[in-house]
Write a protein that binds this ligand. Structure first.
Ligand SMILES: [Zn+2]
Ligand SMILES: [Zn+2]
Length: 296
């Protein structure tokens, strides 16, 4: 995050915002700047990615599903936008520790002896480590003593839209993002790679809520996509995973997504539509027959 803070200091905070004698590495100034960056960045990332996904990927026919709430999109956006400022407080605490040098983040690829191999290794382990942690955190969030206080809000949406991706109780959102923040305190990680991964995990979170159930056939058994996460929203105690199905399979919570078996939410919408179409067709032909009879 110090890359982003440096850029903001150079082009915005130092010339236009703070008094000239307030040095850039002053801790209070850094915390204020990080709060601004965290909130603006959080809103932009959420609203831009979710809007693009809604416009170009989300199948709007899902909005006709019987479990789709009235004004659901407005409710999802309101929930996410209310949570982001609260979520930003503990997130900024982690960013602050990072920029004060407590993490194992490094600047240049060559700063770690493994060079580019180290970068690739850290991408793979970052995904695997966070996938494992989020699975267990998510299961804990479903514990009966915790669920109603924290995670229930996110399950208000049974048939989600991309805007549900960040619609959490603030503490729920933060604890699920904690593995992403903890990783660079435990393992070496290249700073730009971390930023790219951070954007990627936000896009992924949107993508598992986008109602696009298509996945390359060879990925289907391994990747936790929108089809899996949709069933999690509908049936609660299955498919807690984030990136892969591995931990659901090991933890006994895997369920083949209903969308892969021809009975997902979109199939239900299409079934109701074709039934209505058939009934209307019958009614029309009946009306026509009656009309013919009458004219006879
Ligand atoms: Zn859940
Ligand atoms: Zn969700």
């Amino acid at each position: 995050m110090d890359i982003v803070l440096d850029i903001c200091d150079q082009y915005f905070f130092t010339p236009y915002v703070y008094p000239a004698d307030w040095v850039e590495d002053n801790p209070l100034r850094q915390i204020i700047s990080l709060l601004v960056i965290g909130n603006v960045g959080g809103y932009l990332l959420y609203l831009i990615v979710a809007s693009l996904s809604y416009t170009f990927i989300y199948d709007k026919r899902l909005m006709e599903h019987p479990q789709f709430l009235k004004n659901q999109i407005a409710l999802e956006i309101t929930c996410a936008c209310t949570s982001i400022p609260w979520m930003s407080i503990p997130t900024v605490a982690m960013f602050f520790l990072e920029i004060r040098g407590y993490s194992k983040l490094y600047d240049r690829v060559d700063d770690w002896k493994f060079g580019w191999y180290g970068v690739i290794w850290s991408i793979v382990t970052f995904i695997l480590f966070t996938d494992m942690c989020i699975y267990w955190i998510h299961r804990w969030l479903h514990h009966k003593l915790v669920y109603k206080h924290l995670h229930k809000i996110h399950h208000k949406w049974k048939v989600t839209t991309p805007f549900a991706s960040h619609a959490f109780h603030p503490l729920d959102g933060f604890v699920q993002s904690l593995p992403y923040h903890i990783y660079p305190f435990l393992f070496p990680l290249h700073k730009v790679t971390y930023l790219v991964l951070f954007v990627f995990v936000n896009i992924w979170t949107v993508s598992i809520h986008d109602g696009d159930y298509r996945v390359p056939t060879s990925f289907k058994p391994y990747v936790n996509g929108s089809a899996h996460h949709t069933d999690h929203h509908l049936f609660y105690s299955f498919n807690y995973g984030q990136f892969f199905t591995l931990w659901d399979k090991m933890g006994g919570s895997f369920r083949v997504p209903s969308a892969f078996e021809g009975c997902g939410p979109l199939d239900e919408v299409l079934k109701v539509k074709s039934k209505t179409f058939e009934q209307n067709g019958h009614a029309k032909s009946k009306h026509f027959t009656n009309g013919v009879k009458k004219s006879d």
